[in-house]
Design a protein around this ligand. Structure first.
Ligand SMILES: [Zn+2]
Ligand SMILES: [Zn+2]
Length: 302
């Protein structure tokens, strides 16, 4: 009897913990609520296929939800060849979508004659507005067997820089823990006129160096994270004409929804965080961020 009572108590305690865990898990899977609309925005970097946009209907649905809160256009970004084909298709399915194609530094080892020829073809598509994301990622080598080594990343990065310069389209940079090498390669390789530092993650010194070189700094939800003081310093010092905002969805959901699924409709949360850092009205900030994205990628008003 007492044994049974004991195990029952244990059972209850156990299931209570389990249901707390389940609630937490549910919250993590639950998309953030729609923000109040903030007109004029462009999501400068998202991954529609990874957000579930793999056919015309689901891409329209993602863009409809974004447009309802003021995000009129998006640039969807590839990180491997399969993704690049999705990105170009999405830009053909929906005229609010533009594409960027490249091999992400993690997949830098995929560059060979065939993939180079296909990327050369894709980048000339009128709705492909940038070479990206390319760059360097020093976080994953050694942690993931799938990640290209730094030496391979350097070689593929140089190839992408050359491609962007030859076709006269912007270069969209991924940088994770590789500030110095990345800036040195960009300087040595004679980067194209427009360089976009996607999901800017450097400190104020890196931010100043990028600003001095005329690069765009694109801020993701990370700028709103509690521990991102240095990033907010960067977001404050960048001049008006060099700042962009992006979701990098489905990753990097802005505060207070960190860890939950991200999509382009969440962009106003980050745009508002940037407006607050820069001490300007959110409407003014949104207009500036949208206009900068259209100028950077050379895309027309919707
Ligand atoms: Zn990236
Ligand atoms: Zn990305």
């Amino acid at each position: 009897m007492s044994d049974a009572a004991g195990s029952e108590t244990l059972g209850n305690a156990g299931s209570e913990t389990l249901s707390n865990k389940a609630a937490k898990k549910r919250r993590r899977r639950e998309p953030p609520p729609d923000p109040a609309p903030l007109p004029g925005l462009v999501d400068a970097h998202t991954h529609l296929a990874a957000c579930g946009g793999r056919d015309a209907e689901s891409v329209h649905a993602i863009l409809d939800r974004a447009q309802a809160v003021g995000v009129d256009q998006v640039v969807t970004v590839a990180d491997d060849m399969v993704d690049a084909r999705w990105a170009v298709a999405a830009a053909e399915w929906d005229d609010r979508v533009y594409a960027a194609v490249a091999l992400h530094p993690m997949h830098a080892g995929d560059l060979d004659d065939d993939t180079a020829a296909e990327l050369e073809r894709m980048i000339r598509h009128p709705r492909v507005v940038a070479v990206g994301e390319t760059g360097l990622d020093y976080y994953w080598p050694g942690k993931s067997d799938d990640c290209a080594s730094p030496a391979v990343q350097h070689e593929t990065f140089r190839w992408h820089i050359d491609l962007a310069r030859r076709v006269g389209k912007p270069l969209m940079i991924h940088n994770r823990e590789a500030d110095r090498d990345l800036l040195d390669i960009l300087a040595a390789e004679d980067a194209p006129e427009t360089v976009i530092m996607h999901c800017f993650s450097g400190d104020r010194n890196v931010a100043r160096e990028c600003v001095d070189r005329g690069y765009f700094l694109s801020f993701a939800g990370t700028v709103s994270f509690a521990n991102a003081e240095e990033l907010r310093v960067a977001a404050e010092l960048v001049p008006d004409e060099q700042i962009l905002v992006e979701t990098d969805a489905p990753f990097l959901t802005p505060h207070p929804y960190r860890g939950q699924p991200n999509q382009s409709y969440c962009l106003p949360y980050t745009a508002r965080a940037i407006a607050e850092v820069r001490g300007v009205s959110e409407e003014q900030m949104a207009r500036l961020l949208g206009a900068n994205a259209r100028r950077a990628y050379n895309i027309p008003l919707p």
